[in-house]
Design a binder for this molecule. Structure first.
Ligand code: GLV
Ligand code: MN
Ligand code: MN
Length: 419
């Protein structure tokens, strides 16, 4: 059954060519920044749609901005196995985060079509558009649309320039009124698989090309606003100041301390915006984000309580106002055991030198949302020095090819299980 499939070397070369094609599109010259619903997101989505069509998928860009492609199985309308990841990036991000998984799905579908294999299920590839949640304070909005958990309040949220998600979606060519209809019926989707770079160092240190994700860590995010009193930097005595920035800075340090005190927990202040942000003005307000994660949901809940208490104490002592608005809260997401086994079988069929290393994911993924709809699993691929969310993100062409071959073998394993 597998003799006509392309080798990992061939698949890797195809993957890097496709990645170069998608990554021509960026919001910022000289950097890879592709925010949800930006013009470069539209261009990348069109490119992906074209690549899906070349791979034999019937493709369209959906109401929320995801690209969806489908090839029917032995008969039309069968439940589908979905392969997905995302094509949005962080600002000045890497080439592989998300994009690799989309390209992997397309190339797997193409190889299966080219080998003349008819599957006992439909095969779909989805390129989600809002995984990084950099532009709007949403939470995996595009995959949430697919599973029927879209929060319509997200449409009224605004980016840093004051543009609402609703207006951005319309400008992109999407359809706010069409989002509800994207929800898949539970029985119509058999499984979700996502290939992604590890974004951490474990596989490289252990000299493994790929690994199987056991669970995705719990995570919470909130927007924090500290309101003090703006004043003249030269005239307001230190004792009389209500400096929003020094208060916010103390809160950032408190988050660092709280995360450091919990096993395997992490805490990050990634956005920090003083207002008005002038050299000679005592900052009157600061908006910042907090992102904190841990393998167990209870740890994240306990961190949340500590954050509220410590931030509250700091605000009171410094006489500043404080609001903490959570906008994303995800419990730990275990990956489906039967799909982890199918991935292990796919790995074994790809190469005797590969092993099925299991590891958990500290990063969030669309698989967290998809797992609410159907059995879901992820294959991690080794990346250089574990660096991600950075232009230094890197991996080898051969590892990309190995991962795609594993994906193909896993899809065929799922087909065998139907038989
Ligand atoms: C997504 O990349 C995340 O923040 O984990
Ligand atoms: Mn990602
Ligand atoms: Mn990412």
């Amino acid at each position: 059954m597998t003799t006509t499939l392309p080798s990992p070397a061939v698949l890797g070369a195809r993957a890097f060519a496709a990645l170069a094609g998608i990554n021509r599109f960026s919001d910022e010259p000289g950097k890879l920044t592709r925010l949800y619903l930006s013009p470069s997101h539209r261009q990348a989505a069109e490119y992906v749609k074209g690549a899906m069509e070349v791979a034999g998928l019937t493709a369209f860009i959906d109401a929320a901005g995801s690209v969806q492609g489908r090839r029917e199985g032995a008969s039309p309308g069968l439940p589908a196995v979905l392969i997905g990841s995302h094509i949005d990036t962080v600002r000045d991000g890497g080439r592989f985060d998300g994009n690799l998984g989309v390209v992997a799905g397309i190339l797997a579908a193409q190889a299966i079509r080219d080998a003349g294999i008819t599957l006992p299920f439909a095969l779909e590839v989805i390129a989600f558009g809002d995984e990084e949640t950099v532009r709007f304070p949403t939470s995996l909005s595009t995959s949430s649309a697919l599973i029927g958990h879209y929060d319509h309040a997200w449409l009224e949220s605004r980016d840093a320039d004051g543009v609402s998600l609703r207006d951005a979606l319309v400008a992109f060519g999407g359809d706010p009124a069409g989002i509800a209809a994207l929800a898949r019926k539970p029985g119509s989707v058999k499984a979700y698989l996502e290939v992604h770079i590890e974004q951490g160092p474990v596989l490289e240190v252990e000299n493994e090309a790929v690994g199987i994700v056991t669970a995705i860590n719990a995570q919470s995010r909130a927007a924090v606003r500290v309101s003090g009193e703006a004043g003249h930097a030269g005239t307001v005595p230190m004792k009389l100041r209500k400096d929003a920035l020094t208060a916010a800075a103390e809160m950032a340090l408190a988050l660092e301390e709280i995360a450091g005190a919990h096993d395997q927990a992490v805490g990050t202040v990634g956005v920090f915006r003083p207002d008005p942000g002038a050299t000679n003005v005592v900052p009157g307000a600061v908006d910042f984000t907090i992102d904190y994660r841990a393998p167990q949901g209870e740890t994240v809940a306990s961190m949340e309580r500590q954050i509220q208490q410590r931030f509250g104490e700091i605000a009171q002592r410094r006489g500043v106002g404080l609001s903490i608005t959570p906008y994303s809260r995800d419990d730990a997401t275990p990956m489906a055991a039967e799909l982890q086994e199918a991935l292990a079988a796919g790995i074994a069929r790809t190469g005797s030198n590969l092993s099925a290393r299991r590891l958990s994911s500290g990063a969030g993924h669309d698989a967290m949302a998809m797992a609410r709809l159907c059995p879901s699993a992820m294959l991690f691929v080794r990346c250089e020095k574990g660096i991600s969310h950075s232009p230094l993100e890197n991996m080898t062409e051969l590892d990309a090819g190995i991962a795609i071959r594993v994906l193909i073998e896993t899809i065929l394993e799922l087909a065998r299980r139907e038989g």
